[in-house]
Design a protein around this ligand. Structure first.
Ligand code: UGA
Length: 435
């Protein structure tokens, strides 16, 4: 089937490559020529394991192309909208102008034999608003939210745990379902659950899922605050409550909290949209989720300053990790970089290292010092803060690390190191929610 993908950022680039690997003929459209050129060369403009191979395989087969010219979508039966919906400047709401522009640019190319499938995360009510304009051209609209995680994007796209189709009533909805079933036929043959809902439910599934994940993280981080107040250990607490399969251990890793391009902006957009709908009380708790999350950043700075006897002035601080999470080079709302900047503003001489995210970090925050090699970054540090749990940092040897630094102070912002091992090697080990 000929497919178009509008917007080739994280979601779109991975979706286009994944659809081509399922045997479809895919054209990815993006306004950014540099991105289009990079994707055409099989070089993703971001770090995502497995994506480059998928891009090259699609291009070798001749079934995957990227372009800036929207007229190249001609003849496609299914058009996926994968553009971003960032937080609006100066407010909580999501900016849906890229979604609106994508629909507008597609309209001249739609007919009764085509469907538009929204995948972007949008405020509830967006699909209903867009459906009229799309049906005027004879096409049908559906919303099919995406649940991929950065760092696992290829696998999550090709092997999701469910598909959600938000469709219109009657024949337009049935037609859209038939077309999308054809696109996903190979995935559906593995008895993958597929839920058919109305537009609003499909949109809410995505926002609710991300809100739940954010809530789970902030819940354990709130427990972490109580552990600090009472001398308990939040990692043992998480293990113990997580053994109840009604609770589950996943997303109960206490530490510096969540960042990235999705969870923080999605909970804020959800609060803004709920307010517009007169249902703000229903998600008022998300404000607390957000503030628990933000408190972690301040708290770790306090712990580090305390370990340095009350001041960062003139102290050399090494921050391990700049990405918002491991296996990613994404620094959007990165907790690690937020902490690095806070320490720098308090007089610390901060050096940041990361296996993948230094380019992006240095573009966003040029005022910090960046060093690629971990050992070089650790050299003569007065304190080391592990803020993004890359495997490489989890595997650091306490004795060997001690030979590089000036002061044996280790702040474990992700609760991934063994306090016993590090203390045995003479380190002052401090963490969030652990004695
Ligand atoms: C998130 C969701 O997990 C995906 O399902 C969703 O599709 C995606 O947003 C999206 O909306 O596009 P992602 O932003 O890639 O995916 O990252 P996560 O793996 O969810 O991690 C988010 C943040 O939470 C990271 O900063 C991570 O370090 C933090 N986290 C995660 C914790 O602090 N503790 C945990 O136990 C888990």
């Amino acid at each position: 089937m000929k497919i178009s993908v509008i917007g080739c950022g994280y979601l779109g680039a991975v979706h286009a490559a994944a659809m081509a690997s399922l045997g479809h003929d895919v054209i990815g459209i993006d306004v950014d020529e540099v991105k289009v050129d990079a994707l055409t060369a099989g070089l993703p403009p971001f770090f995502e394991p497995g994506l480059s191979e998928l891009l090259l395989a699609g291009q070798d087969r001749g079934s995957l192309k990227f372009a800036t010219d929207i007229s190249q979508v001609a003849g496609a039966k299914v058009h996926f909208i994968c553009v971003g919906t960032p937080q609006k400047a100066g407010e909580f709401a999501a900016d849906v102008t890229y979604v609106d522009a994508a629909v507008e640019s597609l309209r001249p190319h739609l007919d009764t034999d085509s469907i538009v499938v929204g995948k972007s995360t949008v405020p509830v009510g967006t699909a209903e608003r867009l459906a009229g304009a799309i049906s005027e051209s004879g096409a049908s609209l559906m919303w099919n939210p995406e649940f991929l995680r950065e760092g696992h994007a290829v696998d999550d796209t090709l092997h999701p745990n469910r598909l959600v189709y938000g469709v219109a009533d009657g024949e337009p909805g049935k037609r859209a379902t038939r077309y999308l079933d054809e696109v996903y036929a190979e995935m559906l043959s593995d008895s993958l659950p597929r839920l058919i809902t109305d537009f609003a439910t499909a949109e809410l599934v995505k926002t609710a899922a991300n809100s739940f994940l954010a809530t789970k993280i902030s819940f354990i981080n709130a427990m972490s605050e109580l552990c600090e107040a009472s001398g308990a250990d939040v990692t043992q607490l998480a293990d113990a409550i997580g053994m109840d399969d009604r609770i589950g251990r996943k997303f109960l890793n206490a530490g510096l909290g969540f960042g990235g391009g999705c969870l923080p902006k999605d909970i804020r957009a959800f609060m803004a949209r709920a307010g517009e709908l007169g249902a703000d009380q229903a998600v008022a708790f998300l404000r607390e989720i957000d503030s628990i999350n933000m408190r972690r950043r301040v708290r770790i700075v306090d712990i580090a300053r305390d370990a340095l006897h009350g001041s960062f002035i003139g102290k050399r601080i090494t921050v391990l990790g700049a990405a918002f999470k491991p296996d990613s080079d994404d620094v959007r709302d990165s907790p690690a970089l937020a902490v690095a900047r806070l320490i720098a503003t308090q007089g610390g001489v901060v050096t940041v290292t990361d296996p993948q995210a230094i380019d992006n970090a240095s573009k966003s925050f040029p005022e910090l010092n960046y060093v690629i090699n971990t050992s070089d970054a650790l050299l003569n540090a007065d304190a080391v803060l592990l803020l993004t749990e890359w495997r490489e940092y989890q595997d650091l040897d306490p004795k060997q690390t001690a030979s590089l630094v000036a002061g044996r102070i280790l702040i474990d912002g992700r609760n991934v190191l063994s306090p016993e091992l590090w203390r045995k090697a003479g380190w002052t080990y401090r963490a969030l929610g652990r004695p």
